[in-house]
Design a protein. Structure first.
Length: 162
């Protein structure tokens, strides 16, 4: 029997929850979920991507592609994952801090001030803010050690092949 797994992206700033109804699930187990998708709204810089959700580690790495499937950059989100077993549903809450990794190796950390804003506005608990910062630190350590690239590359290749 095929699963009817549903995926939701929950953002805190702006506050919204979106069903990722068109994401194609390529792989799923207790530790990882890999999806292939097209942008929800038209963009000039990229059109599609492949995302690797590391469910227990608390981050998602997405490779963004232009219309010719040329890599634009990798985009890493710090996330909190909730699985609703009875509904076969994942809710991925974006914990605001993000990391962009360009093909030339340049790394850019963005949106850290949004964590402070979310705390001030009561949108994020202190516990989740601490989780976000610890996960960001772990992710950056993997990036700087060049371990993340090796970890995600096979999944991006799988997504391009399917």
């Amino acid at each position: 029997m095929e699963r009817n797994l549903k995926l939701y992206r929950k953002r805190l700033i702006p506050l919204e929850t979106v069903l990722l109804k068109d994401d194609k699930i390529l792989f799923c187990n207790e530790e990882m979920l890999v999806t292939k998708w097209n942008v929800l709204k038209p963009r000039h810089d990229f059109e599609r991507g492949i995302s690797c959700y590391f469910l227990k580690e608390g981050y998602k790495v997405s490779r963004f592609f232009d219309k010719e499937y040329k890599m634009v950059y990798d985009y890493c989100d710090i996330i909190e994952t909730e699985f609703l077993k009875e509904m076969d549903t994942y809710i991925f809450t974006d914990l605001l801090a993000d990391v962009l990794i360009y093909e030339n190796g340049f790394v850019k950390v963005v949106d850290l001030a949004e964590i402070a804003q979310a705390l001030e506005r009561g949108l994020l608990s202190l516990e989740l803010a601490k989780k976000a910062l610890y996960r960001l630190d772990n992710l950056l350590c993997m990036i700087y050690a060049n371990d993340l690239k090796q970890k995600v590359q096979p999944y991006f290749e799988m997504g391009l092949a399917k």
